[in-house]
Design a protein around this ligand. Structure first.
Ligand code: 8DG
Length: 129
């Protein structure tokens, strides 16, 4: 049976810009841009997983709001069940602990960044499509 992985991502808006982060060169999907987040561990709620991942990756604190999108996507080695939540940044600064880089971008700038295929719908939503 194929492995299914639960993944959560954060849509963090500030001054009409969204926070995106770049995956490390050594990770899977190297150097692609994404909504920061990661895998949900067994027994963990989505908001708890998101808060933990953002603290581990960037040292930031967030309040997790409503779910924006839920998609399933089949990668070569596994399937992901990917949920994106609106979040509010409540504690910074952003540090590059487990992210390669970060940017605050306007929706119309998103096409300048390469995202994993599972992010297509989240991006369409930001563009109001
Ligand atoms: N955080 C995040 N992950 C995403 C997005 N889009 C997308 O396909 N993913 C995928 C990439 C990974 O397979 C998985 C996230 O897990 P992770 O960020 O903890 O990845 P990881 O380094 O543990 O992955 P791996 O190298 O062990 O395969 O979800 C996104 O926008 N944000």
């Amino acid at each position: 049976m194929r492995r299914k992985i639960r993944v959560v991502g954060a849509m963090i808006e500030q001054d009409a810009r969204y926070l995106i982060t770049q995956r490390p060169p050594t990770a899977s999907l190297p150097l692609l841009w994404e909504f920061p987040g990661g895998r949900v561990e067994a027994g963990e709620t989505d908001p708890a997983a998101l808060a933990r991942e953002l603290a581990e990756e960037m040292g930031i604190g967030v309040e997790v709001g409503g779910r924006v999108i839920h998609v399933e996507h089949a990668y070569e080695a596994y399937d992901i069940d990917f949920c994106v939540y609106r979040c509010r940044l409540v504690r910074g600064p952003i540090q590059h602990i487990r992210v390669h880089d970060h940017r605050w971008v306007r929706p119309d700038e998103l096409d300048q960044y390469e995202f994993p295929p599972a992010d297509e719908k989240s991006i369409a939503k930001l563009l109001g499509l």
